[in-house]
Design a protein around this ligand. Structure first.
Ligand SMILES: *Cc1c(COP(=O)(O)O)cnc(C)c1O
Length: 408
């Protein structure tokens, strides 16, 4: 079982989030299931990034969590928002981000999405030559200059346990060797070239793997710029900062990554002297700030095994059920929020209310004895919770969401 994030105090009977008792938060929200996001935790991650990375810009990849009050607060503290659909672009604007601070990546952008982005002045991180051509012709039709960056499909990939060479065939980005010709097309047409977007992977906890990937990314950006014969205004170096979800995982040493990047930037190729650099992060900023609170509806025993059945489940928190990209199911950290400091004396399994064996929230965990009425907390629910779960499946009510934090 994963450990509870250090941001939460476990010495009290009732879990507190943002300093407030879980049962009071549920009462204020009206009911369970409820996602609570502590903005102080998000703000502390942003401060830590700023202290470590100096001039490197920080972008928030909003697909991790688009809850509007949270997005509005984050927008005030970061340099840009990265979106991956027309809908997310609207969310970013509603959160107060100016078009200058939004970039739009993602394969399969429809013409109406390109049109909306070009009309607004949002940067498109183009994923193919065809997309560049469509954007240029839409820009001509609208009488607007499209702002185009090229997403590069690099020949390397970060993995948790080290960097894997040979990125290979992907639906994302343009293969590196085709990039210079495509950038020249942009420069020769009625378009503004905004730079490169080079994303090499996600959920890395190994600082050395990230350092290696960022080093390779800087070299690739320099090589491509040389071949183009022009300097990119911005290089988005990707992100990939992970958080430790499971027992035995160690948090990422962000300061080590920053020290290596800052040194690499000082020694960067002359062609990139005037270029700005950005890192785009999702889960590292918001993942540990979120707690998913559900209430135990039933307690039952089957063949000697105790099941706590909750009113939540994988329709809100798919990732905790193990069905969002995990190969082997492992438990997210969980607790009985209403008996937080009681001794763990019982092996139980926490399940959701969906009528499918996939809906498991915590298997065979040692917890205090709990029953109907108690609240269950699932931690690290701030990223890819509600934004990545099949809410419509089985017709249960939607989850509620709430933003807390003393600094709000
Ligand atoms: C999903 C995504 C991110 C964010 O990933 P995290 O693991 O949440 O940090 C950043 N950039 C791109 C291009 C993405 O697709």
């Amino acid at each position: 079982m994963g450990t509870i994030p250090a941001d939460f105090c476990v010495d009290e009977k009732m879990l507190r989030i943002g300093g407030r008792p879980a049962d009071a938060l549920v009462a204020e929200a009206g009911d369970t299931p409820l996602f609570v996001y502590d903005f102080d935790i998000v703000a502390s991650r942003i401060r830590r990034f700023r202290n470590a990375f100096g001039d490197v810009q920080l972008h928030y990849a909003i697909k991790a969590n688009t809850y509007p009050p949270l997005l509005t607060q984050i927008t005030k503290l970061v340099d840009g928002l990265d979106v991956a659909s027309g809908g997310e672009m609207v969310s970013a604007m509603e959160a107060g981000a100016g078009a200058d601070h939004i970039s739009f990546a993602g394969p399969g952008k429809r013409d109406d999405e390109l049109e909306a982005a070009i009309s607004a002045g949002v940067t498109l991180n183009c994923e193919s030559q065809g997309e560049v051509e469509r954007a240029i012709s839409i820009g001509r039709r609208l009488g607007r200059t499209p702002r185009l960056a090229v997403r590069v499909n690099p020949d390397f990939e970060i993995k948790g346990s080290g960097m894997r060479m040979g990125g290979g065939a992907k639906p994302f980005g343009v293969d590196a060797e085709r990039v210079p010709a495509l950038v020249r097309t942009i420069l020769d047409q009625d378009a503004e070239w905004r730079g490169f977007h080079i994303f090499a992977g996600s959920q890395a906890l190994d600082a050395d793997a990230l350092i290696e990937a960022q080093r390779a990314t800087l070299l690739l950006a320099a090589k491509l710029s040389e071949e183009v014969g022009a300097a990119p205004p911005l290089v988005n170096l990707g992100g990939g900062f992970g958080i430790p979800y499971f027992g035995g995982e160690q948090p990422l040493d962000v300061e080590k990554v920053a020290a290596a990047l800052n040194e690499g930037l000082e020694r960067r190729h002359d062609r990139l002297r005037g270029t700005r650099f950005a890192i785009e992060l999702g889960r590292w900023l918001v993942g540990e700030a979120g707690v998913y609170l559900t209430r135990i509806v039933d307690r039952k025993t089957s063949h000697g095994k105790i099941f706590l059945v909750t009113d939540g489940g994988m329709h809100h928190q798919l990732a905790a059920s193990g069905n969002f990209g995990q190969v082997v199911r492992r438990n997210y950290a969980s607790a009985i929020a209403t008996q937080l400091n009681a001794p763990a004396e019982e092996e139980t399994s926490i399940v959701g209310c969906l009528c499918t064996p996939l809906d498991r929230l915590a298997d065979d965990v040692m917890l205090p004895k709990a029953g109907p009425g108690d609240l269950v907390a699932l931690f690290r629910a701030g990223a890819y919770g509600l934004s990545a779960s099949p809410q419509a499946f089985l017709g249960h009510p939607p989850a509620r969401e709430m933003l807390v934090g003393k600094g709000l």
